[in-house]
Design a protein around this ligand. Structure first.
Ligand code: AMO
Length: 453
């Protein structure tokens, strides 16, 4: 039999065809639905399939005499999670989930699922299987994402990226794609993945940093990328990955790094609002709060607050994971915000492209900042050096060879406006928003131990 999937509807669209005032018309409407068999129930003369697709489930009802024998026969062979095609009619039934069910006129088994399943994705199994070993879940991600809660995370991720992209486009940012095969480090030499590139030395890109800056010289005064970063960090934590996705932005003609922070603040508020009002937040039972203003505290102020908690960081030292968490609590208590910026970092701990506070290589402070969400860094950025001589000097002082950056430095010789930007990790946003770990919010994580699937 010729099967066409063209006219199929998702389970959540079925309600559009239900008209309780006009039962007859509803029942005459023919429906095509495809999905996975979540469950079958056999009560002799009465049989049910709970059919699940991307958007939900629907009950398929079969009765002796009413349903063709051929279908009743096929149901016996159906294993859980097999894919079936059903053509049938809607029927209003107050006892059915959502108040309606489908009586099939034709059923085709498209693909039979093997038994046993390595992971049970049905709603009923959810409680048990969500606590199943994360490795088993990731090894069988195709089954894992059939679970409603897990699917909701990735629908939310798509929503967040879409909202972010729309915000940036409406703020005059042009979407770009920078190379992912590069010849020199932008974020420190120790974190590079070397690759074989004919007879040349090459690496996977750590970030679009050098390229987005070069575009500022090109006059593309606002650019963004939903970028992939590759980081050869050997961290084995709940917040580090070796392949990351980020909103990566750069903008020209800024007065200071504050203009860049204004953009991130707007971007994050848009994302949080979109997530807060989403269907997925309901499914995941998440309350998402949106601060009115993200406080901006200097590095020195943070050291002071930490000092009040009896934690001493020597000036120029890193505000480590534990201190970030404590600062997250301090800011939440004092300012009522889960998001805040740490500004004016010491110049000596920031990359070569970071602008010194007063554009002097000997400055103590920089124009770099981080954005923290619930005590975890989700973004870093700042104003950049746009002056050729100062940049060459900064490269040298960071113990790097300006020769290796010729292609980049050249862009600063022929008209480069003042500019700044940021990288905002998409996994970090989602993991903090949902109070979970980084592996839960990326489909196929690349981490210290995982290269498949
Ligand atoms: P940075 O190295 O801080 O800055 O990266 C920017 C953001 O990317 C995310 N991120 C990570 N997420 C998960 N696992 C990792 N291993 C990881 N590394 C980074 C974080 C981080 O804040 N070029 C600069 C940005 C800029 O100044 O424009 C950069 O790459 O959310």
């Amino acid at each position: 039999m010729q099967i066409s999937f063209k006219d199929r509807v998702y389970s959540n669209e079925l309600k559009n065809f239900v008209n309780k005032e006009d039962k007859e018309n509803t029942e005459n409407k023919e429906i095509l639905i495809v999905g996975w068999v979540q469950e079958t129930r056999d009560f002799g003369n009465l049989k049910f399939i709970v059919l699940r697709d991307r958007e939900g489930t629907v009950q398929i009802c079969m009765k002796k005499k009413k349903t063709p024998d051929e279908i009743l026969d096929k149901v016996k062979d159906l294993t859980k999670e097999s894919v079936v095609y059903i053509r049938g009619n809607l029927s209003i039934n107050a006892k059915a989930p959502n108040g309606y069910e489908i009586f099939p006129a034709e059923m085709n088994i498209i693909s039979i699922a093997n038994v046993p399943l390595p992971l049970d994705p049905s709603d009923k199994a959810e409680k048990a299987d969500v606590t199943a070993n994360i490795d088993t879940r990731l090894d069988n991600r195709f089954l894992d994402i059939r679970k409603k809660d897990v699917a909701a995370i990735f629908k939310l991720r798509s929503r967040v990226i879409d909202a972010g992209r729309k915000f940036l486009s409406s703020n005059k940012f042009i979407e770009i794609h920078s190379p992912k095969i590069i010849s020199s480090a932008s974020e420190g030499g120790t974190e590079l993945f070397p690759i074989a590139y004919f007879d040349k030395e090459a690496f996977l890109a750590q970030s679009p940093q050098l390229y987005k800056q070069m575009l500022m010289a090109g006059g593309f005064d606002r650019v963004f990328e939903t970028a992939t970063y590759f980081r050869a960090e050997s961290h084995d934590t709940t917040r580090h990955l070796n392949e990351i996705t980020a909103f990566d932005c750069e903008m020209s003609f800024i007065d200071s790094e504050n203009d860049v922070m204004d953009i991130i603040e707007g971007l994050m508020k848009t994302i949080l609002k979109e997530a807060k009002d989403s269907e997925e937040a309901k499914i995941l039972n998440k309350e998402i709060s949106i601060p009115e203003k993200f406080p901006r505290l200097s590095y020195d102020e943070c050291l002071q607050y930490l000092n009040e908690k009896n934690i001493t960081i020597e000036w120029g030292g890193d505000i480590d994971t534990k201190c970030e968490r404590i600062m997250g609590e301090v800011v939440k208590d004092k300012f009522g915000s889960e998001l805040f910026f740490i500004t004016k970092y010491p110049l000596k701990i920031k990359p070569f492209y970071t602008a010194p506070e007063n554009f002097n290589a000997n400055d103590k402070y920089s124009r770099a900042f981080d954005l923290e969400y619930k005590g975890v860094e989700i973004s870093s950025g700042g104003q950049r050096v746009h002056i050729y001589d100062l940049l060459a000097e900064r490269i040298k002082r960071c113990n790097l060879n300006p020769e290796n950056f010729k292609f980049y430095l050249d862009a600063f010789k022929y008209g480069m406006p003042p500019h700044g930007g940021f990288g905002l990790g998409i996994e970090r946003i989602l993991m903090q928003m949902l109070d979970t770990t980084v592996r839960e919010v990326i489909l196929f994580p690349r981490d210290r131990h995982r290269l498949t699937p």
